[in-house]
Design a protein around this ligand. Structure first.
Ligand SMILES: *Cc1c(COP(=O)(O)O)cnc(C)c1O
Length: 341
C-alpha cells in the first residue's frame, strides 16, 4: 500500500483531512448501522443541542506502525469504556463497545495510507466523538445523536519534542467542584481556552491547574495528567475526583510496578511539595510523556533536578517502555495491543 506523500517528520500536531471517517446515528432510542463516509463536513440544524448547549464527549487514541510493519492501536477498549462513562454523565447514549472498536478498525484500515511509517516519530491520531444533533431550545438532553470517528496524522504534541516544558500555576479553574473534570467533554476545553491563551501570551507552555476547592493541590494541565518521581525513585501520581482518568497514566502505573519494580503511590500532591520531586512529567495520548523542567507559582520558580535539557532517567525508562510496547519492540501486557493490519 502506497503511503501519502507527506513530510512525516515535520507534520506537527494539526488537522490534516484524511479520506474516510465513520458515522453512526442514534434516534428513536436505538443506534442505526454505522459506516464510512468520505464527507468531512457535517450539516446540522441551527438549534442542534451541540451548538446551543454543548452536549458532546470525545476520546483520543492513536494508531502506530510497528517495527515489523503492522498497524496497531493501544488499549482502544479502554477508550470505549471511558466514552461510555463520559456519555452516561452527560445524559447521552454511548455507542456499544463493538461499534466503537469497529469504527476504530474501519477508519484505520480505510486510511492506512495516512498512518505514518515506523521511525518517523509521527502517528495516526484517532478522534471518536459523540454529540446531540436534534433541535432543543428549552434546556434538556438531545434525543438524537451522532457518533463519529475521524483520524489525522500527527507529530509530537509539544513543539521541541523531549525538551522540558515550563508551566505556570493558573489563576483559573479547569473543573468545578463536583463538576465535569473527570469527564472527557469538549466543554472542559472551552472553559480552559482563556487560561491557555493567557499562559501562552506570558511565554508558558501550559497551565498547571490546582484543585478548584483549596487551590493547594496539583490536579492536571487540562489535556494531560501529571507524574512525579521522588528523589528515591518512587512514582507519585496526583489523586483527585476532578482529574481526567488518563489511560496513559493508568498504563504507566501498571508497567512501573510490574516491569520496573517501582513503588507507585497515588495520593493528593500539594503544590508546596513540588520542590521535593526529582522529575516531573505530563502524560496522555497526545503528550505521551513530556518532561516538565520548571513550574512557576506566582513568582516562585520550581526547577526539577532532571534539568531543562533532557528527560529524567526514570521518566525516560517509562517512556521507552510505553513507546516500545506501542511500536511492537517490547511485549505489552495481554490485551493491550489491537492489531488492525
Ligand atoms: C484525554 C485527556 C487526558 C489524557 O488521557 P489519555 O487517556 O492518556 O489520553 C488528560 N487530561 C484531560 C483533561 C484529557 O481530556
Amino acid at each position: 500500500m502506497e503511503k501519502k506523500n507527506l513530510d512525516w517528520e515535520h507534520i506537527g500536531f494539526s488537522y490534516h483531512q484524511t479520506d474516510y471517517r465513520y458515522v453512526a446515528e442514534y434516534k428513536d432510542g436505538a443506534w442505526g448501522k454505522g459506516g464510512l463516509t468520505r464527507k468531512a463536513d457535517i450539516v446540522l440544524n441551527e438549534c442542534a443541542n451541540i451548538l446551543q448547549y454543548s452536549q458532546q464527549v470525545f476520546e483520543g487514541l492513536k494508531a502506530y506502525t510497528t517495527a515489523d510493519g503492522h498497524i496497531v492501536t493501544f488499549r482502544p477498549d479502554q477508550n470505549a469504556k471511558r466514552m461510555a462513562d463520559s456519555a452516561r454523565y452527560m445524559e447521552m447514549p454511548a455507542p456499544p463497545e463493538e461499534m466503537f472498536l469497529e469504527a476504530v478498525d474501519r477508519v484505520v484500515r480505510a486510511n492506512a495510507a495516512w498512518v505514518p511509517p515506523y521511525g518517523t516519530g509521527a502517528t495516526l491520531y484517532l478522534r471518536p466523538y459523540l454529540f446531540g444533533t436534534d433541535p432543543v431550545i428549552g434546556v434538556k438532553p438531545a434525543s438524537a445523536f451522532q457518533f463519529r470517528l475521524f483520524c489525522t496524522p500527527v507529530g509530537p504534541y509539544f513543539k521541541g519534542g523531549a525538551k522540558p516544558l515550563t508551566l505556570c500555576v493558573s489563576d483559573f479553574d479547569r473543573a468545578a467542584p463536583r463538576g465535569t473534570g473527570h469527564v472527557k467533554a469538549g466543554l472542559n476545553y472551552a472553559m480552559s481556552l482563556h487560561a491557555y491563551v493567557e499562559a501562552h501570551d506570558r511565554g508558558y507552555d501550559e497551565n498547571l491547574f490546582p484543585d478548584p476547592v483549596t487551590r493547594t493541590l496539583v490536579e492536571e494541565t487540562g489535556g494531560a495528567n501529571f507524574v512525579f518521581v521522588t528523589k528515591d525513585g518512587e512514582l507519585v501520581i496526583p489523586k483527585s475526583a476532578s482529574i481526567l482518568p488518563s489511560i496513559t497514566r493508568r498504563s504507566l502505573v501498571e508497567v512501573a510496578r510490574d516491569r520496573l519494580g517501582l513503588t507507585v503511590t497515588e495520593r493528593p500532591v500539594a503544590l508546596a511539595e513540588l520542590p521535593d520531586f526529582a522529575e516531573a512529567g505530563l502524560c496522555g495520548t497526545a503528550a505521551v510523556i513530556s518532561p516538565v523542567g520548571k513550574i512557576v507559582d506566582h513568582g516562585r520558580e520550581i526547577c526539577f533536578a532532571s534539568g531543562m535539557e533532557t528527560m529524567g532517567p526514570v521518566l525516560q525508562k517509562l517512556y521507552d517502555l510505553l513507546t516500545g510496547m506501542q511500536m511492537g519492540t517490547i511485549e505489552a501486557p495481554a490485551g493491550w495491543i489491537r492489531t488492525i493490519l
